[in-house]
Write a protein that binds this ligand. Structure first.
Ligand SMILES: Nc1nc2c(ncn2[C@@H]2O[C@H](COP(=O)(O)OP(=O)(O)OP(=O)(O)O)[C@@H](O)[C@H]2O)c(=O)[nH]1
Ligand SMILES: [Mg+2]
Length: 467
């Protein structure tokens, strides 16, 4: 709180930006945190654990020590804000917690839309006379949105011809052909002067959508555009989505129609998604299933790396597309490798280092003060314990957890996580193991939070300075 009794608080509030000063003065501040990640990155599990652990911390459980330290031990209570009249779907934390409290516990279902939720954090005021001044309330607004939409960012900078060229080159990669062959045969057979017939456009779009879905669901690829074809979101299916890349994009008939739809799509994503959302959000976490990508093999890893590189380049402040095209951006972005409980402790450092290479961001511990990006590794819900296996007579770190399919406890040696993007030789031995684990069963009353690894350190970096 900025007051005459607390000049340093005043300075701090000034540094935090004018928007917040007014709110700080009346004891109401709002922190908006966007959480995103490509399909299956672990967004829903992350938000569920975040909310459950914050609620538990508000009841006095020591579930988020690093965050509480960042907040100077002043966190007094945390509450969910009841639903109001929002037009955006609400994040259903109760349903997800209920699934985790079942016997046997279940992971939350897949989600495909954006959703929001608000929590209020009640904190003692800072400073010598803080306790005399009563509590202050910080509202934490969470927004969960599909990472696929982030992949539309690089499209903001391209016309239809350039987008067609790049997209087709990606679809023609031999590893993608099992999913893309039919669409490519259709597109390659179209003459340059193909007429602007709706039936033709719809057929091409349906084949293109099938190709994207096959790449995502059967082959584990992630760099797929446009995002709303895979995740239509609250505005649903609309004619502006009905375009696809053409090998001869210069014609006036069908090519002209598709180019107009492409331009309309890009304009709408910019106006209705990127501008309003990125203007509103202060902090962002981009979740990445780095271990899953390693497990999926060389081509899928390279594709995830390319998608991440494009997202990171777009988000990077100053030179990023957001800054250049929109003149705005979130003030802090954490790139987060999820599901880190699949590897033993020592390898989590390698995991963070690997992610740092992929997005060219420093590790949080090494990041200079005021850094706008950092990388972390965490497990939102910790399902394993450290263990040791013997490999050719030598002890190596492993993890032990209950396998989701078999329902029995097993020791898993996942393989070595490389510190940097692996050399071709790495892929010769298919040894990176990644079975799905059963989550620990939660207490239905949810009083004590959710076991995690590193969630508190991430939150301390992301929002600790605002508490
Ligand atoms: N061991 C472990 N597994 C995790 C963790 N987080 C997520 N998972 C696994 O990853 C799966 C996907 O997690 P979700 O949170 O549903 O992923 P999502 O990004 O919301 O996925 P979509 O909604 O399909 O885009 C879960 O069903 C778990 O099997 C974690 O912290 N530890
Ligand atoms: Mg989800």
């Amino acid at each position: 709180m900025a007051s005459l009794l607390d000049p340093f608080g005043l300075l701090r509030d000034l540094a935090a930006g004018t928007e917040q000063i007014g709110r700080a003065l009346i004891g109401q501040e709002r922190v908006r945190l966007a959480v995103t990640g490509l399909t299956r990155a672990g967004k829903t599990v992350f938000l569920t654990s975040l909310v459950a652990n914050l609620l538990a911390a508000g009841r006095g459980s020591r579930t988020l020590p690093a965050l509480e330290q960042a907040a100077g031990g002043r966190l007094r209570a945390v509450r969910l804000v009841p639903a109001g009249v929002e037009s955006v779907p609400r994040f259903d934390v109760h349903a997800h917690l209920e699934a985790l409290a079942r016997d046997p516990p279940a992971w939350p279902d897949r989600t495909e839309d954006l959703s929001t939720l608000e929590l209020t954090l009640e904190l003692d005021r800072q400073g010598m006379f803080g306790s005399l001044l009563g509590t202050r309330t910080v509202t934490l607004e969470l927004l969960d949105y599909p990472g696929e939409w982030l992949l539309d960012l690089p499209m903001l900078d391209q016309d239809y011809a350039a987008w067609s060229r790049e997209t087709l080159a990606r679809l023609r990669a031999p590893e993608r052909l099992p999913a893309t062959r039919e669409f490519l045969a259709f597109a390659d057979a179209l003459p340059e002067d193909a007429p602007a017939e709706e039936a033709l456009a719809r057929r091409g779009h349906a084949l293109y959508r099938e190709a994207l879905r096959g790449c995502r669901d059967r082959l584990g690829f992630r760099f797929l555009q446009p995002g709303r074809v895979l995740n239509p979101g609250p505005r649903g299916e609309a004619p502006l989505l009905w375009f696809f890349p053409l090998p001869r994009p210069g014609g006036t008939g069908l090519a002209g129609l598709l180019a107009r739809r492409h331009a309309a799509y890009v304009a709408e994503q910019r106006e209705r998604f990127f501008e309003p959302f990125f203007r509103r959000f202060h902090r962002q976490a981009v979740l990445v299933d780095v271990l899953g990508a390693l497990h999926a093999g060389e081509a899928a890893f390279a594709d995830t790396a390319e998608a991440l590189g494009a997202i990171a380049a777009s988000l990077r402040q100053g030179t990023g597309l957001l800054e250049r095209l929109l003149g705005l951006g979130t003030t802090r972005t954490a790139f987060v490798a999820t599901k880190a409980d699949h590897v033993p402790a020592r390898q989590r450092e390698a995991l963070t280092a690997l992610l740092g290479h992929l997005v060219q961001a420093p590790q949080a511990s090494a990041a200079v003060a005021g850094a706008v990006t950092a990388v972390h590794a965490l497990a939102a819900i910790r399902c394993t314990e450290e263990d040791v296996v013997s490999l050719e007579g030598r002890p190596v770190g492993a993890v032990r957890g209950v396998l989701l399919k078999e329902g029995r406890s097993a020791k898993v040696y996942p393989g070595e996580v490389p510190m940097r993007p692996p050399e071709p030789g790495f892929w010769q031995h298919a040894f990176f193991e990644m079975p799905a684990f059963q989550p620990p069963r939660l207490d239905p009353a949810g009083g004590s939070g959710v076991p995690h690894l590193g969630l508190d350190a991430l939150l301390a970096w992301l929002i600790g300075d605002l508490l």
